[in-house]
Design a protein around this ligand. Structure first.
Ligand code: EPZ
Length: 417
């Protein structure tokens, strides 16, 4: 059984370059389906979720080649409109292909998506919004049969500022006649990145990054070249690892404004933060202190994807922290594994109380989702002794060269197949 083995207790130090953002590149790759031509997507990380998305593109009829960190995606041939369930189930963002395929083919047959088990992950907002744009969507034998001969722009209000639903609406609305206005849209930077890519293809989208996004549909689209934004959660992961080990690191190729909420809490924990143009340096105290409380919120609030990382980091801290998860129903799975390492965490539904310990000890643990798995790496680096992390495939969904980068920072870590 493959695992990651860590001998912890060493402060991290050095510089690490942050790769392109998983949650930006996945919808951008889906959007290449919307028009024929050769798309060049730069800063594309080698992640298993990206490989799965490439498999879906190839299943639909695209030709994809990788040249270093660039993907060349040729969608000029005859494209299909069906994605088999075995591929849909592999990741959450497969649902974004619905809007992209409808824009190109005016029909789509897909199943419900997969993704990390964070509680129920419905797609009702996606379906409701696409129906408001004029799509006919029938649910048959676990598949969504979609037809959209005449998509028409309209005003759409999202009950929840859903990232995926906002992305799906943007894609479909590009092919709709007239104007679509999304209110209560998600404001995550990845939405802006997708809008920038679509606009580089010839779309007319304004307001991305705010709660109100306007899409002027119907403009002709053509293949484009685009560089994906840096991954803010991967950056947060390395910063948490440095904070947990009393280290001192610099993360480069980042967008510092995307990290504001995370850096504010790290500073409250006693870390010295220095922000420069595209890099952030952090010097941690011997042991971090509790920030008091953390509450996950839609962007620009504290990101839910960083919650598990801070749960692990604060397991070794001076003080008690209250962490409230407002986005997902069940996103404290890592707590059960952290208890094996001596963490003192009690969880009640969407609230976790972390009583900081002076030390953690290595143990045998298992990753159960992407960020929960990364959290176990953070704890293992801070713990004394050896930790084995099973099911590392969850972690490789969103982290490229994790062991290599951590070794550069002085960690004793290795993958064992
Ligand atoms: C995206 O997931 C990200 N994934 C997630 O990152 C991230 O945690 C999440 O946004 C929130 O920021 C990708 O971009 C691939 P949502 P998404 O729709 O789009 C509810 C990671 O670790 N909801 O914003 O699925 C939903 O249940 C992953 O990189 C509905 O009720 O998130 C959740 O409670 C994990 N109905 C809330 O909205 C819907 O139709 C936010 O979900 C859609 C969502």
């Amino acid at each position: 059984m493959s695992k990651i083995v860590v001998n912890g207790g060493k402060p991290l130090s050095g510089v690490v370059k942050i790769h392109g953002a998983k949650n930006a590149v996945l919808p951008i790759l889906a959007a290449t389906v919307m028009t024929g031509g050769v798309h060049t997507i730069q800063n594309c990380p080698a992640l298993s979720d990206v490989s799965t998305t490439v498999e879906i593109l190839q299943e639909l009829g695209a030709r994809v080649e990788r040249e270093g960190d660039t993907l060349i995606v040729d969608t000029g041939g005859e494209m299909q409109s069906f994605i088999p369930e075995r591929l849909m189930r592999k990741l959450r963002s497969s649902i974004i292909f619905m809007g992209a395929i409808l824009a190109r083919k005016k029909e789509a047959k897909i199943s419900a998506p997969g993704g990390c088990e964070l509680g129920p992950r419905p797609i009702d907002l996606h379906i409701k919004a696409l129906r408001e744009l004029g799509a006919q969507i029938e649910e048959e034998h676990g598949y969504l049969i979609c037809r959209a001969q005449n998509l028409k722009g309209t005003d759409i209000h999202l009950d929840i500022p859903s990232v995926g639903a906002t992305e799906n609406i943007m894609l479909a609305a590009c092919a709709a006649k007239g104007t679509t206005v999304i209110s209560n849209a998600a404001r995550e930077p990845e939405i802006e990145d997708l809008a920038n890519y679509l606009n580089s293809m010839g779309a007319r989208i304004s307001g991305a990054g705010t709660s109100t996004i306007v899409i002027e549909g119907g403009s002709p689209l053509s293949a484009a070249e685009y560089r994906v934004m840096p991954d803010r959660i991967v950056a947060a992961t390395y910063l948490c690892a440095a904070a947990a080990t009393g280290g001192s690191i610099t993360v480069t190729d980042v967008c510092t404004e995307h990290l504001s909420a995370v850096l504010a809490v790290l500073s409250d924990c006693g870390c010295k933060i220095k922000k420069e143009k595209n890099k952030v340096s952090l010097v941690a105290p011997q042991i971090i202190k509790s920030p008091g409380s953390i509450k996950t919120m839609p962007y620009p609030g504290f990101p839910t994807d960083a919650q598990s990382l801070f749960l692990a980091m604060l397991a070794k801290s001076d003080g008690t922290t209250l962490i409230t998860e407002t986005i997902f129903e069940s996103r404290f799975k890592a707590a059960g594994e952290l208890l094996r390492m001596g963490a003192k965490i009690s969880v009640d539904s969407r609230v976790a109380v972390v009583k900081g310990s002076k030390k953690l000890s290595g143990a045998c643990v298992t990753a159960q989702d992407l960020r929960g798995g990364a959290a176990l790496v953070v704890a293992a680096l801070a713990a004394e002794g050896r930790t084995e992390i099973n099911s590392p495939e969850f972690i490789y969904r969103g982290y490229e060269k994790l062991e290599e980068n951590l070794k550069t920072l002085g960690a004793d870590i290795a993958y064992e197949g």
